[in-house]
Design a protein around this ligand. Structure first.
Ligand code: NAD
Length: 708
C-alpha cells in the first residue's frame, strides 16, 4: 500500500497506492501501512529527508467512510481516528524533513498529511483540488486539519475551508498559503528532492512548536479573531438553526484548540470528532449523501441486461423556463441540442437563457470565451420538427396542457428515428395518460426536472404503465449523461417529490386556516431546517399553481373529490383576494418592488387568530411529519424505493440532511414514537395523519434503517 524507497542521496520516497480500493483512501489498513512507512523513514539512518507522494491520479481522496460508518462509541472513534492523528504528529516532530509532492487532489485526510509535512509542493494542474470537505458529510477533519490550517493561514482564512468545505485549486492554494510551491507536474519529484537537499530543509521545526509562535492574523483571544468568532457563530446559527452539529464542532475545535498548545488542540479535535462520529445526524448524512446518493448516481437500480445507451443529440420541445434550462445543461454536458418552439423568436429566447448564464461565468473568469462559444454553438433554435431527426431522445417541456402535449408528441414522433425515446417533463399529468397518443408507448417516459434546471440536481424518471424496462434504463443513462441524479418513480398523480413535499405547503395553509399565527408557522418551518418557511415558499411558486391543481382534481374526480382543509384557504387567496404570490407582488407576504418582503398583516382579517395557539413543536411536527407520512405512503404503494425517497427529498426539496431524508426522519425520531405522535395527530387533526399499515409494521420491526 505504501512503497518505501531510498536513493543514493538519502532521499526516501513514500508512495501511496491503496491497491484494494478504486482510489487512495484512508482506512485501518492504509493508515497502519502509512504509519509503518513513516516510522521506517524516521528510524532509517540513511534517510535524510522524505517525499510523500502517490502513484495514483489522486494524492489521497479522503477517509474511507466505511471506517466511520460503523463507529458506535467514543472509544471506537478514538481507536479509528486517534492513530492517524498521532502518526502525523510524529511525522511533524520527527526532526526529519518531510515534503508532500502533491500529484493529484488531496482531500480530507489527504490534505491533513500535507499540512503535517514541512513543505508542500503541488503539480500545476487546475483540476487538482485541495480541501477538507468533511463538514459536508457531518464530520470534521480529525487528523489535525482544524488545528494546523488556522495556525498556518490564520483563523479568518481557514474558516471557509473548515466550515463550508471550500476547495482550492493549486493557484488558489498558493495564494492562500496552503501550499508553498506550484510546479509543472513533470518536475514535481525533482523539486521535492531539491528542497530536501537545500538549506531550507535543515531545520524543520513547525512555527507552532517554536518558542515565539505568532498566530497569523492574531491570536484567538485578541480583538480581530474574537470578532471573527462572534460573526462566524452568529452566521452559522442563522444558517443552520443550530441543527448541524459538524460546523459547530469545527468552530469549537478552532476556538478552544487554538488557545492551547497544538498537542492539547489535537486532543480536543479527537473529542469533537468522536462526538460527531457517534451522532445520529452524522450517520444520517453519510448514509444518504454518500452511500445512497452514490448508488443513485451509479444507477444501481438500472436493469443490468439493457446495454448502456450513448447520447449525442437531444431534442427539446418548448423553449420556456424548463426547456431553456434543459437545453443549457445538455449543451454543457457536450450534447447537440435542438430547441424547438412555436416561433423562432421564442426558440432563440430560450437559447439566450443559456447564453446569459455562460456570459456571467466568462465575466467572473470561470469559463473561457472559446468554451462559452462552443457550448452555445451546440444549441440549434428552431421551429422545424424535421430537425429532430437523429435525436436519441426528445423531451417535451411545452405548456402543461394535455391537448398541446398530445400535438407535439404526435409531430415529434413522426420526425424522430424509430428507436428514439420520447420524454415528458410534465409536473402533474400522469404519464400513462399522456402516452395514450404515442405511437410507441413503450418508448414514452416521464423525466420530471426541477426548476431552475441548471441548479437542481434531481430528476424523477417516471415509469408509465407501458414504459419498457429498456426505456427506463436509457432514461437513467440520459440523466447520468447530463449529470443529474435520477430516482425512479412509478406513475401516480403528482409523482413522488411534489406529492410528499406538497404536504409541507398544504399543512401550512391548513394551520393558517385554523387560526394559527402565520409567524409561528413560518418560524416552525425555518427552525425545522427546511430551506424556506412554507408560506414564503408557496408565494415563490404561487398559490395559483396549487389552486389550479385543486380545480383540476375536482374536475377529474367529480363527486368523488373530498374537500381538504387547505382548499378554502387557497380559494380565499386566489379567488377572493387575487393574492397569487410573488409574481404579482402579493401573496401570504407583501413583496414590494424594492425588496424586503414581510408577512401580509391582512392575513389576520381573513384568517383570524385562534384564542389558543399550538406550541412551536406541535406546528413543526405537523409540517414535517406530514411529509414523512406521505413519503411512507408512496413507498407502501410501490411508487418509489426507500433509498430514492430519501435521496429525492434531500436533492429535490432540501429536506434537512441531518435527518437523512424524509424517511430518515421517522427513524431519527424513533419509529415507535413517530407512530404514536401521528396517531395522536390523526385523532386531533384528521385522517391525513393516519399511519399506513405498512409503516406501522415497519416501526414494530425497528424502522427503515435499523441495520445502518
Ligand atoms: P413555460 O410557459 O415557461 O414554457 C413553455 C414553452 O412551451 C413556451 O416557450 C411556449 O412557447 C412553448 N410551447 C407551447 N406550445 C408549444 C407547441 N405547441 N410547440 C412548441 N412549443 C410550445 O413553461 P415551463 O415552466 O417551462 O413548463 C414547461 C413544462 O414543464 C410544463 O409541463 C410544466 O408543468 C413542467 N414543469 C415545470 C416546472 C417549473 O417549475 N416551471 C417544473 C417541472 C416541470
Amino acid at each position: 500500500m505504501i512503497d518505501y524507497r531510498i536513493d543514493a542521496d538519502g532521499i526516501a520516497t513514500l508512495t501511496i497506492h491503496v491497491a484494494d480500493r478504486p482510489m487512495n483512501v484512508l482506512n485501518h489498513a492504509s493508515i497502519a501501512a502509512f504509519d509503518a512507512a513513516v516510522k521506517q523513514a524516521i528510524a532509517d539512518p540513511a534517510a535524510r529527508g522524505v517525499i510523500v507522494t502517490s502513484s495514483r491520479p489522486e494524492f489521497v481522496a479522503g477517509g474511507d467512510l466505511d471506517l466511520i460508518r460503523h463507529i458506535r462509541t467514543a472509544e471506537e472513534s478514538f481507536a479509528a481516528g486517534g492513530p492517524f492523528s498521532r502518526t502525523l504528529r510524529t511525522l511533524e516532530t520527527s526532526g526529519k524533513p518531510f515534503v508532500a509532492a502533491i500529484n493529484g487532489s488531496a482531500l480530507g485526510g489527504g490534505l491533513e498529511i500535507c499540512l503535517a509535512c514541512h513543505r508542500r509542493i503541488v503539480a500545476d494542474d487546475p483540476k487538482i483540488q485541495l480541501g477538507v470537505p468533511e463538514v459536508t458529510l457531518g464530520l470534521l477533519p480529525g487528523a489535525g486539519g482544524t488545528q494546523r490550517l488556522p495556525r498556518m493561514i490564520g483563523i479568518k482564512a481557514a474558516l471557509p475551508y473548515l466550515l463550508e468545505g471550500r476547495k482550492a485549486d493549486p493557484a488558489k492554494a498558493l495564494e492562500a498559503g496552503i501550499v508553498d510551491e506550484v510546479v509543472p507536474a513533470a518536475q514535481l519529484l525533482e523539486r521535492a528532492r531539491a528542497w530536501l537537499l537545500s538549506d531550507g530543509a535543515k531545520s524543520v521545526v513547525k512555527p507552532w512548536d517554536g518558542k515565539h509562535f505568532k498566530f497569523p492574523g492574531g491570536a484567538p483571544q485578541t480583538a480581530g479573531p474574537t470578532q471573527i468568532f462572534f460573526a462566524a457563530g452568529g452566521a452559522l446559527l442563522a444558517k443552520t438553526q443550530g441543527l448541524q452539529p459538524a460546523p459547530e464542532a469545527i468552530l469549537a475545535c478552532v476556538y478552544d484548540g487554538c488557545q492551547v498548545d497544538i498537542d492539547t488542540g489535537l486532543r480536543i479535535e479527537q473529542r469533537q470528532f468522536a462526538r460527531l462520529a457517534t451522532s445520529q445526524a452524522t450517520k444520517n448524512m453519510i448514509r444518504t449523501l454518500f452511500y445512497d446518493l452514490g448508488e443513485a448516481n451509479r444507477l444501481a437500480g438500472r436493469a443490468k441486461d439493457v446495454p448502456v445507451r450513448k447520447f449525442s443529440r437531444v431534442g427539446i420541445l418548448g423553449a420556456g423556463m424548463m426547456g431553456a434550462g434543459l437545453a443549457h445543461v445538455s449543451a454543457l454536458a457536450g450534447l447537440d441540442v435542438v430547441l424547438l418552439d412555436t416561433t423562432q423568436a421564442s426558440a432563440e429566447q430560450g437559447k439566450a437563457y443559456g447564453a446569459k448564464i455562460l456570459d456571467a461565468q466568462v465575466a467572473r473568469g470561470r469559463l473561457a470565451q472559446a468554451q462559452r462559444d462552443s457550448t452555445l454553438a451546440r444549441v440549434k433554435a428552431t421551429t422545424e420538427y424535421a430537425d429532430l431527426a437523429g435525436c436519441e431522445i426528445v423531451i417535451e417541456a411545452v405548456f402543461e396542457d394535455r391537448a398541446v402535449k398530445a400535438e407535439v408528441t404526435r409531430r415529434a414522433e413522426a420526425a424522430m428515428s424509430a428507436d428514439a425515446i420520447f420524454a415528458s417533463n410534465t409536473s402533474t399529468l400522469p404519464i400513462t395518460g399522456l402516452a395514450e397518443v404515442s405511437a410507441r408507448p413503450g418508448q414514452f417516459v416521464g423525466l420530471h426536472f426541477f426548476s431552475p434546471v441548471e441548479k437542481m440536481p434531481l430528476v424523477e424518471v417516471i415509469r408509465g404503465a407501458q414504459t419498457s424496462e429498456a426505456t427506463i434504463a436509457h432514461a437513467l443513462d440520459f440523466a447520468k449523461r447530463i449529470r443529474k441524479t435520477p430516482i425512479v418513480v412509478n406513475d401516480c398523480p403528482a409523482f413522488y417529490a411534489n406529492r410528499a413535499f406538497g404536504m409541507y405547503a398544504y399543512e401550512a395553509m391548513t394551520l393558517l386556516g385554523e387560526g394559527v399565527n402565520p409567524a409561528l408557522i413560518e418560524n416552525a418551518g425555518r427552525m425545522a431546517g427546511m430551506p424556506m418557511p412554507p408560506l414564503a415558499l408557496i408565494d415563490e411558486f404561487s398559490v395559483e399553481l396549487l389552486h389550479k391543481a385543486l380545480k383540476q382534481a375536482r374536475i377529474d374526480q367529480g363527486s368523488a373529490y373530498r374537500e381538504q382543509p387547505q382548499d378554502a384557504v387557497m380559494e380565499v387567496m386566489v379567488e377572493q383576494l387575487g393574492r397569487l404570490g410573488r409574481k404579482v407582488g402579493q401573496g401570504f407576504y407583501e413583496h414590494p418592488a424594492e425588496g424586503g418582503k414581510r408577512l401580509w398583516p391582512g392575513l389576520a382579517t381573513h384568517f383570524p387568530l385562534a384564542a389558543e395557539q399550538p406550541t412551536l413543536e406541535e406546528v413543526r411536527d405537523r409540517l414535517m411529519y406530514a411529509q414523512s407520512l406521505e413519503a411512507a405512503r408512496c413507498v407502501a404503494e410501490g411508487i418509489v424505493t426507500e433509498r430514492d425517497a430519501d435521496v429525492g427529498s434531500l436533492l429535490g426539496w432540501g429536506f434537512p440532511s441531518v435527518l437523512g431524508g424524509v424517511l430518515g426522519q421517522i427513524d431519527t425520531v424513533g419509529p415507535g414514537r413517530f407512530v404514536e405522535r401521528c396517531d395522536a395527530m390523526a385523532r386531533r387533526h384528521g385522517e391525513r395523519f393516519e399511519v399506513p399499515p405498512a409503516l406501522r409494521e415497519l416501526a414494530a420491526r425497528g424502522g427503515f434503517y435499523r441495520a445502518t
